[in-house]
Ligand binder design. Sequence first.
Ligand code: PLP
Length: 294
Amino acid sequence: MIVYLNGSFIPHSEAKISVDDRGFLFADGVYEVAKIYEGRVFLFEQHLRRLRAGLTELRMNTDVVDGIPAITERLLDENDLRGGDATVYIQVTRGAAPRAHAFPPADTPQTVLIAVKPFKGHPASYYTEGVGAITVPDVRWSRCDIKSISLLPNVLANQQAKENGAFEALFIRDSNVIEGSHANLFGVLDGKLVTCPASGHILNGITRQLVLQRAPEAGIPVYEEFIPEARFNEVTELFLTGTTTEIMPVTRVDGKPVGAGVPGQITKQLQQLFKTWVEENLAASATSGHGAAL
Ligand code: PLP
């Protein structure tokens, strides 16, 4: 595969970064992952907006963002990924400089990696039968809204899920079940579809925002409300949203069934709607040349 690193398009095996890179030393950077359906990047503008916001929060220059669509297009062509599903991974760090916590000189070049790869997808049964999850205490920092490359708590939580035969770990913070280690969480409580408020120490997922915006059009109102841990056993449906996760039912948590233990009606309806949203977006981007807005 050909990747883009700091201005060059090079084979993956030749892509090297400095041992002084602040991403390596301090996790001083941000990243994005966007999905490519049939060779077209889905909701790229939204992902790039979030990347720009993250860079701004880290007080890093955002100029890099403008060039990303053209670089991604070239990578898709060079890697022959126009046909099927793929992902694009983008990482920007504060660059390489002798190790010191405070920022290096402002003219230190950022490290910019952009890589595309085919996306094999999850087994179909994950979507039709649902997956298992575990709950874990949220030991992350208070800026989970930034898509930081510092993902150690997410890594540890996800590993714990895998070791327990589950797909995802759900973080509990301040007695609420707020999101997964790599996906947002929606639940049906008192017959209402709810998801943690964006201000509630979560990553404001692009897929989450799509559901919030478009589900009501289809007669499914969504409320940004906490799911209290104390009422978690009353939740009748649960699903994850994410760029690569899409809309995935969670049918068991900590070994106990969610509702009837099968994907619920609202979840299944949203899974169908999600397909139409992708198709609409593809049709719109075929005429405009790039991804349509939400
Ligand atoms: N929450 C966390 C912690 C994530 O890491 C992710 C995706 O990586 C999400 C939520 C889902 O966000 P998106 O829909 O933008 O992929």
